[in-house]
Design a protein around this ligand. Structure first.
Ligand code: CA
Length: 389
């Protein structure tokens, strides 16, 4: 058998992890026919790709590939077909195998069991103990990627979990829910749990990535949203029923981070102070206000909002802390963005029956901060703090 040296074959070395000095060794790959090749080494195998055209007039249907391995070849696959042991040669540290002309992918293993990544898998999604959907997973030699939607889940506040089908380093697992990725996990019995609850939209998009070599099945048994704490709903108050209180114009914010909100006097219809904040976006952007209450006691937060979509969600902080129930406040769609009559609504955020408790505030200055989540816009005219009745 004639073996071409590297000078006559196009060798593409993607990755070589062999420790021995290259100079003292035969080439990583040689072929009895010229063509294009790639060889890549993982912990248990070399993966060879080739494209070799059959010589014009040549009678042979296959040719020989020689691939350097750190130990004797023990198993092989051509495409998804297992190569019988008697067709795997071993000469001078090289696996020798005859393969058909054309394009192919060869796995040559020296350790572990013969295995290929699966062609695909379904990863169930559970809401509590009820299966609501699944992600379709694809595999490659570095791991698994799965994506899809989590129907019936959210909106609300949730700490996602993944149940493991095999041992995994938690840092190998990344789950993106909507726009937020969970990469830091707490180990639980049989799985991993996000370290903090996160706001999620209705039926959020999920994307799961696992970095692990040599997978032969999904290492994730299921994705579980154990309990979704619903967003706290607000109560609309008739315009003429708004209470007296301490009014802070939204446009008088004292602190802003993220996407800058817009304020243009006269931009919208019938606003207090002839201005409002608009394009306050739910991308993690924040707005903060200072508010001074004249006396200690229970106060309720009201907002005047317009929202031309299905609604908007905000996290509300008071004096740097998120009061119980304000982790995710759901503000309603008001039928428009505040350019027409009836599109501005006054809503009560705290002190509603079954909702967030009134705020216990001492006399003096406080800060209120809102963080936009779930990529929704909100227009805000003012905040109002009124004594809880
Ligand atoms: Ca205003």
């Amino acid at each position: 058998m004639r073996v071409h040296q590297t000078g006559t074959v196009s060798l593409v070395i993607l990755l070589a992890v062999l420790a021995a000095p290259i100079a003292a060794q035969p080439p990583l790959l040689s072929s009895s026919a010229p063509g294009a090749f790639g060889v890549r080494y993982l912990a248990d195998r070399a993966v060879v790709t080739y494209t070799v055209e059959q010589p014009a007039g040549g009678a042979a249907e296959d040719f020989a590939l020689r691939v350097r391995l750190p130990e004797k070849v023990r198993w092989g696959f051509l495409g998804r077909e297992s190569i019988p042991a008697d067709q795997l040669g071993w000469e001078d540290g090289l696996a020798v195998v005859r393969v058909p002309y054309g394009s192919g992918r060869l796995h040559l293993g020296w350790a572990g069991e013969a295995c290929l990544p699966p062609e695909g898998a379904d990863i169930p999604i559970f809401l509590g103990d009820r299966r609501v959907g699944s992600l379709r997973a694809r595999f490659d030699l570095e791991g698994m990627q799965a994506s899809g939607e989590a129907p019936e889940v959210g909106p609300g506040f949730v700490t996602p979990r993944v149940e493991l089908a095999q041992q995994l380093d938690p840092s190998a697992v990344s789950l993106t829910v909507g726009d937020d990725a969970v990469r830091r996990w707490r180990r639980t019995t049989g799985g991993l749990e996000g370290r903090a609850a996160m706001p999620i939209a209705a039926s959020p998009r999920l994307s799961l990535q696992v970095s692990a070599e040599g997978l032969n099945e999904s290492p994730i048994a299921r994705i579980v949203f154990p309990e979704v704490k619903p967003a706290t709903e607000v109560v609309r108050i008739a315009d003429d029923a708004a209470p007296e209180g301490v009014l802070v114009e939204a446009e008088a914010f004292t602190n802003a981070t993220g996407t800058p909100p817009r304020v243009e006097p006269g931009s919208h219809l019938g606003t207090s102070g002839d201005a409002c904040v608009f394009t306050f976006i739910g991308d993690g952007s924040t707005l903060g206000w200072k508010v001074r209450v004249p006396e200690s006691g229970l106060w309720d937060l009201y907002l005047r909002v317009s929202q031309g979509d299905v609604g908007a969600w905000r996290v509300v902080e008071v004096d740097g802390k998120v009061p119980e129930g304000l982790e995710l406040v759901q503000l309603p769609g008001t039928g428009g963005w505040g350019h027409a009559e009836g599109e501005w609504w006054i809503v009560r955020v705290t002190g509603n029956e079954g909702g967030a408790a009134p705020l216990q505030l001492d006399a003096g200055e406080h800060t209120v901060r809102m963080t936009g989540v779930l990529t929704t816009h909100l227009n805000l005219d003012y905040l109002l703090l009124a004594k809880h009745e």
